[in-house]
Design a protein around this ligand. Structure first.
Ligand code: 1GP
Length: 241
């Protein structure tokens, strides 16, 4: 089970390193093999665009080169594939757009069941990060202000009480500013489910600061897609030495 795989990583290595491959990114072909051997614990596949015609074959391609589990990070109910090991079942709790709170989920559920994918229920919270990111513009929602840790805490606690297994604090892909450490630590002190943090993390030092603040999973997308050779440095920063 991928859930227990992640829980064991939190115990053994302090935090998990999730490398995000966006099928829509036009950057150089990601080197999945070197990202895995460099120390990523999981390959996340997905993006915030509505759908990708050949999403399934892309996931298959990733899965065939990956030596670590592949988890779908879906931008919509069109991003599901039987070739992955699990799927983040994201509910966009920071917004009040019913499509992303429950609508897409109803479309996705029968397909996920048919494919037998492991489901990781996740409360997804968008945190204000500067300029408008793709996820904000596509979801038509407002993010939680970055200086309002209390608002993030209450949303995260509601996710826990709803039975979700993770809370994802998301600044958005390529965000100007990543999720602030004081918000991560405030949420960490308030809830007991693991926190995933991603969006706009550009350096290993920044990743380490998020882990020290209480993140259990760090998602790195853009930077790795452009510079896969940085994988080792990120792994060293995220994992306990
Ligand atoms: C975006 O959190 C992820 O959904 C990763 O963001 O591409 O900015 O690393 P970056």
């Amino acid at each position: 089970m991928i859930y227990s795989y992640l829980i064991n990583i939190f115990k053994d290595k302090r935090a998990a390193f999730l490398a995000l491959i966006d099928p829509d990114a036009n950057d150089s072909e990601p080197s999945i093999k070197s990202i895995c051997t460099g120390g990523a614990d999981v390959i996340l596949v997905g993006g915030s665009t509505i759908g990708t015609a050949d999403f399934d074959s892309f996931v298959q391609l990733v899965k065939s080169s990956a030596s670590v589990p592949v988890i779908i990070f879906p931008g919509s109910s069109m991003q599901i594939s039987r070739n992955a090991d699990a799927i983040l079942f994201l509910s966009l709790l920071s917004g009040r757009n019913p499509e992303y709170l429950i609508g897409e989920h109803i479309k996705a559920s029968p397909i996920i069941k048919q494919f037998g994918l492991e489901v990781l229920p996740t409360g997804y919270l968008l945190i204000e990060s500067g300029a408008t990111t793709s996820v904000l513009s596509i979801s038509h929602t407002l993010p939680i202000p970055r200086n309002k840790s209390d608002v993030a805490k209450y949303h995260a606690l509601a996710a826990e009480y709803m039975g979700m297994k993770f809370v994802y604090l998301e600044a958005g892909s390529g965000a100007q500013n990543s999720v602030p450490e004081d918000m991560i630590s405030a949420v960490k002190d308030y809830i007991s489910i693991p926190i995933i943090v991603g969006g706009g993390i550009r350096t290993p030092e920044e990743a380490k600061a998020k882990v020290r603040a209480g993140a259990s999973c760090i998602v790195i997308g853009n930077v790795l897609q452009k510079n896969p050779e940085l994988t080792k440095d990120f792994a060293n920063a995220i994992h306990r030495k």
